[in-house]
Design a protein around this ligand. Structure first.
Ligand SMILES: *Cc1c(COP(=O)(O)O)cnc(C)c1O
Length: 400
């Protein structure tokens, strides 16, 4: 029997690659905007957008120009020397967010690690916590990344199993419950680390005043509120940063993913001077962190979000999509929720993968969160017509 080129490539990866993912059986070779093409030239709409790294769409022409131009000029100095773009990106990030300081890293997990280190050191130097006693409160069902320290604060058995011993100093409390945070805070609490909306948990949206109350508790107890907005920022929820919905300002912010519009790994931790100044030369670093290629791309990626008004667009189209989806009637659907272009269809049964495969055969790529939640998060550059087309297909697969 002749096996397809697609199957050959999948087998090749299965043979030589680590099996740490279980991808949908599509082999993509090209992407433009909201569209991707598989190796048979079948066209799909990308409704995952690389977990919100592609808010600006695939291969945005301005990002292609930026990466080529900078690649010809200078790509890496390391932080042993200054480069001409890092200062500009730090300024841009601070002006955009209202924070005073930025520290650039590469992957999201590294920026989370940076935040954890900053919070702990701040706890020792500024709050007076006894050495090695600092605690960070996190939420159940969080997702902050995959390093050994970060999985130590996870409540997910699979993320943790087999990877111990774990890093101490984390307290896990229920999400969206202010009372459990009140109880968990003590004199050793340095920070509370939360996602303003839990992405990997399945777009879990907390009560309206949750973050405001958490912030008030933090202020009362001299605790830092650090938000992981790696997935929720840069317009995804219809605000530049998701926390803006809560009328608060956190003490630290972690960003990544769409910061480069899918063009390059870049992440950052943003904070006040009083927190960031705990880092002294030699305390922390990364060879590629803040490299000029990454900075050139990030500067352009931020400009695209502003110039194309993607924040406003996500807000308007998101409202439209949510209304549309909430009209779908199927007893299998438990709940449909969303903020901006970050939507989830939660099922009563563990059939999310099955429905993602159905959507794939309709030309829409998305990925389940857990076994019962379908997450819809297209690039924010999507046009209303394209969104309507996709929503019709979602409707179709749920027709009985
Ligand atoms: C993706 C993600 C991370 C991890 O980012 P990586 O770049 O994969 O290390 C951390 N936190 C949140 C909320 C994320 O969505």
């Amino acid at each position: 029997m002749k096996i397809s080129q697609e199957k050959k490539l999948i087998n090749l990866e299965n043979k030589y690659g680590a099996h740490n993912y279980l991808p949908l059986e599509v082999v993509i070779k090209k992407g433009r905007g909201i569209w991707v093409w598989d190796i048979n030239n079948k066209k799909y709409m990308d409704f995952l957008a690389a977990y919100s790294a592609l808010n600006q769409g695939h291969c945005h022409p301005r990002l292609i120009r930026a990466i080529i131009k900078q690649a010809k000029q200078l790509t890496l100095t390391s932080r042993a020397f200054y480069n001409n773009l890092l200062p500009q990106l730090c300024e841009q990030l601070c002006k955009l967010s209202g924070f005073e300081k930025a520290l650039l890293m590469n992957s999201g997990a590294e920026a989370v690690e940076t935040a954890i280190k900053a919070a702990r050191k701040w706890g020792y130097l500024k709050k007076g916590i006894a050495q090695n006693k600092a605690e960070i409160i996190v939420a159940k069902n969080n997702f902050h990344g995959r390093t050994t320290t970060i999985i130590s604060c996870s409540s997910d058995k699979q993320y943790r199993f087999g990877f111990g011993p774990y890093t101490k100093g984390f307290k896990i409390v229920n999400y969206n419950d202010i009372e459990v945070i009140k109880k968990a805070i003590n004199k050793n609490t340095a920070a509370i680390l939360l996602e303003p909306i839990q992405g990997e948990a399945g777009v879990i949206i907390p009560k309206k005043n949750y973050l405001k109350k958490v912030k008030a508790l933090c202020e009362k107890n001299n605790v830092l509120l650090i938000l992981d907005e790696i997935q929720s920022s840069f317009g995804r929820t219809g605000k530049m940063f998701c926390y803006e919905w809560s009328n608060i300002k956190p003490d630290g912010l972690i960003i990544g993913k769409a910061l480069s519009g899918g063009m390059y790994p870049i992440s950052a931790f943003l904070s006040s001077k009083k927190v960031m100044d705990v880092f002294k030369p030699g305390d922390h670093g990364s060879t590629y962190g803040g490299n000029p290629l990454a900075c050139a791309i990030a500067l352009e990626a931020i400009k695209i979000i502003k110039d194309e008004k993607l924040v406003k667009k996500a807000n308007q189209l998101g409202k439209y999509a949510l209304k549309f989806l909430q009209k779908i009637k199927n007893p299998l659907i438990y709940e449909i929720r969303g903020v901006g272009l970050w939507l989830a269809i939660e099922l009563n049964k563990p059939l999310a993968r099955h429905y993602c495969e159905k959507l794939m055969s309709e030309g829409i790529l998305c990925k389940e969160a857990h076994q019962n939640i379908i997450r819809l998060a297209p690039p924010l550059i999507i046009k209303k017509k394209e969104l309507q087309l996709a929503l019709k297909k979602v409707n179709k697969i749920f027709m009985i």
